[in-house]
Design a protein around this ligand. Structure first.
Ligand code: S3P
Length: 188
């Protein structure tokens, strides 16, 4: 994909848990051949333990610090031509939102709360949803985070009812327009 100006031609996927960031990231990787950086997977690999253990042993703040420093590292590397799949809470810190925008084309994958609940129901891998009432937790976190996703993203895609192939194809087409003229910025 052509890169113009100062925006690196990375595609960054943000959005709530269960909205398909990793799956769509893999599909974009397949279509474009760009390396995929899955931030959660990389954090787990470096820590040598799953995210649930990081949360349980060291607390959420420790995980957020690891997430923020990985993002900083990615921004400092000044690489182009990567797909970056983030964790759902990465937008919580203002400096992260700024870094995400500087990294490239930011795509917000979203879905209704009911779809998120269904998709995450049996995973057991998301510490924030390991609660007696995941539906209430999802609504609360969504309300808090939606303004952050909206503020950060160049494009919003509702993933409900679409295959990852359809979503990836749509993102690619929009990304081509964006990289041809990044100044047009918001497409939503
Ligand atoms: C989190 C989302 C998770 C993971 C961690 C925290 C969140 O990633 O980073 O459990 O705060 O929403 P996914 O969005 O890939 O599930």
């Amino acid at each position: 994909m052509q890169q113009t100006g100062s925006v690196p031609n990375n595609i960054i996927l943000i959005g709530f848990m269960g909205c398909g960031k990793s799956t769509v990231g893999r599909e974009l990787h397949r279509l474009l051949g760009y390396p995929l950086v899955d931030m959660d997977a990389l954090i787990e690999e470096r820590a040598g333990m799953p995210i649930t253990r990081i949360f349980a042993d060291d607390g959420e703040t420790k995980f957020r610090d690891m997430e923020s420093s990985l993002l900083e590292e990615l921004a400092q590397a000044r690489q182009s031509g990567h797909i970056i799949a983030t964790g759902g809470g990465v937008v919580g810190r203002p400096q992260n939102r700024e870094l995400l925008q500087r990294l490239g084309y930011v795509v917000w994958l979203c879905a209704p709360a009911s779809v998120i609940l269904n998709r995450t129901r049996n995973s057991g891998e998301r510490p924030l949803l390991l609660t007696e009432d995941p539906a209430t937790r999802i609504h609360k976190l969504l309300a808090e985070r939606e303004p952050w996703y909206a503020e950060t993203a160049h494009l919003k895609v509702d993933t409900a009812g679409l295959s990852s192939r359809e979503i990836a194809a749509g993102i690619l087409e929009s990304a081509r327009y964006f990289f041809a003229d990044p100044t047009q910025c918001k497409q939503r």
